[in-house]
Design a protein around this ligand. Sequence first.
Ligand code: Q46
Ligand code: ZN
Ligand code: ZN
Length: 301
Amino acid sequence: MKCSMCNRPAITFIRRVKKYFCEEHFLQFVLKQVRRYLEKHGIRRKKILIAVSGGKDSMVMLHTLKMLSEDFKLDITPFYINLGITGYSDPCESVVREVSEELELTPIIISLREYAGYTIDDAARIERKKPCSTCGTVKRYITNRIAYEGGYDYVATGHTMIDEFAFALHNLYSGSIDTFLRSYEITDTRKDLKLVGRIKPLYYLLESETLTYAIVNKIKYCNLECPYAQGHPTQVHKEIGLMGEYRLQGYVQRILSSLNKLKKMIPERPDNNIRFCKICGYPTVTDICKYCRLKAKFSRE
Ligand code: Q46
Ligand code: ZN
Ligand code: ZN
């Protein structure tokens, strides 16, 4: 097959746009999607903390933002939290260090053991259950705090269109309507609340596309799966998205766009309960924030 834009041999077919792409035009297609996101949200001349896990999508995000950083005048820093998950965290940290060096970026690397006095393995052992809720809280808290203290305008995460789709479906499935309504393409920075906004530069890309981009650019990434990830229902919702995408053109994008329209019809409810944690001074809805409560629970054992 030939590329739909030139006469060179195609390396991939992208069903949702019904086009064949050669290597060069495929790379242009991916960068165009990231560009589209940055332009839509006016992300120019910003200082961005790039939260990476070492996995494929986050390494592709890092690479694409580096490619576009000059055009958009972005000041970017990779950021990795070593969660202390045996057989997973250390190899991923090595990949983050290696790729950052290749891209001539200096990463900020935090060890949860040093920062909070415990690891995610400790939390799993003490609670005798999957530590994903603790893990999500500490990642959100530490990332926001480092970004706020470092004067960053945004935190970038490597969520793709399919992640957003699965997250929305999972919240609808589990009845977490508030969480569903509060998930946006971008959230604004609220300095008064010590909250740094979040951006998702891969929002207009599917995972199959980030995988091809990683292969074509020979981008290193950590191919390991977190040992606690297995059996999470979000995986089922991802599979639904992928199946839909395979059978119906643009399935994921169409559903997401309708859900986003639906969200806009529901007026935002201001969260009047926000106050500042009595221990750390960061925003919370209770006297002591969840991060500080978890720290007291796990680091003393
Ligand atoms: S939440 Fe759970 Fe992930 Fe944390 S413990 Fe692993 S699977 S890494 S996105
Ligand atoms: Zn071409
Ligand atoms: Zn606190």
